[in-house]
Design a protein around this ligand. Structure first.
Ligand SMILES: [Mn+2]
Length: 323
């Protein structure tokens, strides 16, 4: 039995979701199973290549819905979970008891843990640390911006490695470890220990770069680093540098996309009032109410800049109205 698990790539919650789903499946569905992991990333154009849905079962966790009959399991907690109203209607009609959605959950990992326990009798106690940290990381529940940026906890170091590692198979090899070992012990594993020191250096450098590149006006930070190889930078650095900000809009670039990241300061004294998932959806992106993103094709640099500028103006105008 071969189960292919599609997960949100370059994301701590995505990797933990894949790990927890696999452990649950092996313990409660069937034990004679081989898992194959495939990371999914938001990109301009179609997200899924249905030819890849080639497992005996295919699961998607922490990523958008697919109405393909080959997908037999689905878990998500993103506000923008459906690519179309037709997909949402398809999910509403599903009777399999294998597809689950709740945008109220801080992480998809904690959502899977709850469903696995309540619906399938899974014992979630051995994965409690994973669930707790997925909620902290994906829900941005750090005490302050400093603790989000200083990289003390093992989960923070793993998050950095997952978001910034360039090695294609890194997350795929990490997932089986996440399901069965304490996070501190995973840091000692050769595949992790090898990548951490250069990534920590890069992190330090990115703080310096963002100190030069971020500008806050009317509670809204704008920066671009799309001329640098910095995708996967720690998204809390702008708030660490501008503690009184409310929103942040950044442009970054990788080999296959130009990304507009739109976020809100989790420690802001002023409550953000704009739903950022809705803003990003207008440009073909999505996410959560308090953090979202839009992916453009690498050739669409100007369109990405234009969208970022428009969103900066919109958010600054909303802050002006509030004050
Ligand atoms: Mn998530």
């Amino acid at each position: 039995m071969r189960v292919r698990v599609f997960y949100h790539d370059k994301c701590f919650d995505g990797a933990c979701s894949a790990a927890l789903f696999s452990r649950f499946y092996r313990e409660r569905i069937r034990s004679d199973v081989d898992f194959v992991y495939s990371g999914l990333l938001h990109r301009a154009g179609s997200l899924f290549d249905e030819k890849q849905f080639d497992g005996d079962e295919n699961a998607i966790v922490d990523f958008k819905y697919s109405s393909s009959p080959a997908i037999t399991w689905w878990f998500d907690h993103h506000e923008s979970a459906f690519l179309s109203p037709a997909d949402a209607a398809h999910f509403e009609q599903d009777q399999s008891n294998r597809k689950f959605y709740d945008p109220a959950f801080k992480s998809c990992t904690s959502f899977i843990a709850m469903i696995a326990k309540e619906h399938f009798g899974f014992d979630a106690r051995p994965v409690a640390e994973l669930v707790q940290w997925a909620d902290i990381v994906d829900g941005a529940m750090y005490e302050n911006a400093k603790s989000a940026v200083e990289m003390k906890a093992p989960a923070m170091k793993l998050t950095m490695a997952i978001e910034a590692a360039s090695e294609r198979d890194f997350v795929r090899n990490l997932i089986p470890l996440l399901a069965y070992h304490p996070l501190a012990q995973i840091l000692e594993e050769p595949i992790v220990a090898a990548v951490l020191p250069p990534l920590l250096d890069r992190h330090e450098r990115s703080v310096d770069i963002l100190r030069q590149r971020t500008e806050e006006i009317e509670g809204t930070i704008f920066f671009y680093i799309s001329d640098l190889d910095l995708e996967g930078y720690n998204k809390f650095i702008p708030y660490y540098l501008h503690p009184d900000s409310i929103y942040s809009i950044g442009l970054s670039k990788s080999s296959f996309r130009v990304k507009v990241s739109v976020g809100s300061n989790p420690w802001s004294k002023r409550e953000p009032t704009v739903n950022l998932a809705r803003v990003c959806e207008r440009y073909g992106g999505g996410g959560h109410a308090r953090v979202g993103a839009i992916s453009f094709d690498v050739t669409q640099n100007d369109a990405a800049h234009k969208a970022a500028q428009e969103i900066v103006e919109e958010l600054r105008a909303s802050v002006r109205q509030e004050t």
